[in-house]
Design a protein around this ligand. Structure first.
Ligand SMILES: C[S@@+](CC[C@H](N)C(=O)[O-])C[C@H]1O[C@@H](n2cnc3c(N)ncnc32)[C@H](O)[C@@H]1O
Length: 257
């Protein structure tokens, strides 16, 4: 095995040891999910919902509580789907929530059959324009798409933060450019809002800091693992310092009825 491949496999291993443990795998909260759902004001009583890139399903479970919908929750990482499955069973939601390992680029949905597509922090894996274009035909006329996306909140980012994002997500842009993409893909804009700072910390970075501290202890003699933990911690520190420069925007779109 090449050294590069070995170190990238090691990165993934430690990355998932951190991420699988977290209550959610990106910024968000039940309040923000509820606020975005309220923008989808003409849903049928029992909407057909797809949650794309659901992770361990924090928002899937919130959607199950906030609607009477039938939810298919898709993620490509099987251990996260197992975690969601356990929670769905514990809550007796098997009739309405279907966790599935799968590719959100090929969701198991017939054209025009979906009332609401949800995707917190995952659409960018496909590319925003690709995701919006790919998912639109699945929505019925009048159907909604709600997603969160990392955005620049200021147009003069300091060099340190610009360099980091240019490495991690070079095509990250601002809210208006995302709205322009949405219009180009044939959606109407229902509304949008920036996630509050607490959405980054309460269920994401605060537990991540706790997990990193525990694993640093466990891997005290493992330089490779410690380097990965340092890199993950660096992301948290960057946000502590520059949390006003970039953020997450919840964007809610609608296919014309
Ligand atoms: C940042 S996490 C967000 C998870 C969850 N929505 C949340 O906010 O807690 C992005 C998720 O997208 C999933 N993902 C990435 N590419 C995918 C694909 N092509 N199909 C399905 N899931 C994908 C990852 O496995 C990961 O769980």
């Amino acid at each position: 095995m090449s050294e590069q491949r070995e170190s990238s496999e090691r990165f993934d291993e430690i990355f998932f040891e951190v991420y699988e443990w977290l209550p959610r795998q990106g910024p968000g909260s039940r309040d923000s999910t509820a606020q975005a759902l309220a923008l989808c004001d003409e849903l049928p009583r029992e909407p057909v919902i797809f949650d794309m890139g659901c992770g361990s399903g924090a928002q899937t479970l919130d959607l199950a509580a906030l609607t009477d919908g039938m939810i298919t929750a898709l993620d490509s990482h099987a251990p996260l789907i197992s975690k969601l499955e356990q929670e769905v069973n514990a809550r007796g939601l098997q009739e309405r929530v279907r966790p599935r390992v799968g590719d959100m680029a090929e969701p198991p949905a017939a054209p025009g059959s979906v009332d609401l597509i949800w995707s917190e922090g995952a659409a960018y894996f496909l590319g925003i324009e690709e995701a919006l274009g790919l998912w639109r035909p699945l929505l019925r006329p009048g159907g909604y798409l709600a997603f969160t996306e990392a955005v620049w909140l200021r147009d003069d980012p300091p060099k340190a933060v610009l360099e980091m994002w240019q490495k991690e997500y070079p095509s990250m842009t601002d809210v208006q450019s995302n709205l322009a993409i949405a219009r180009r893909c044939g959606y109407e804009i229902q509304g949008h809002f920036t996630l509050p700072k607490s959405d980054w910390w309460d269920q994401f970075y605060a537990p991540m800091e706790e997990r990193i501290a525990a694993l640093r202890h466990e891997y005290a003699a493992d330089d490779q693992a410690l380097a990965v933990l340092d890199a993950l911690y660096g992301e948290i520190e960057l946000h502590r310092q520059f949390g006003d420069v970039y953020g997450y925007e919840f964007i809610v779109l609608r296919v014309p009825a």
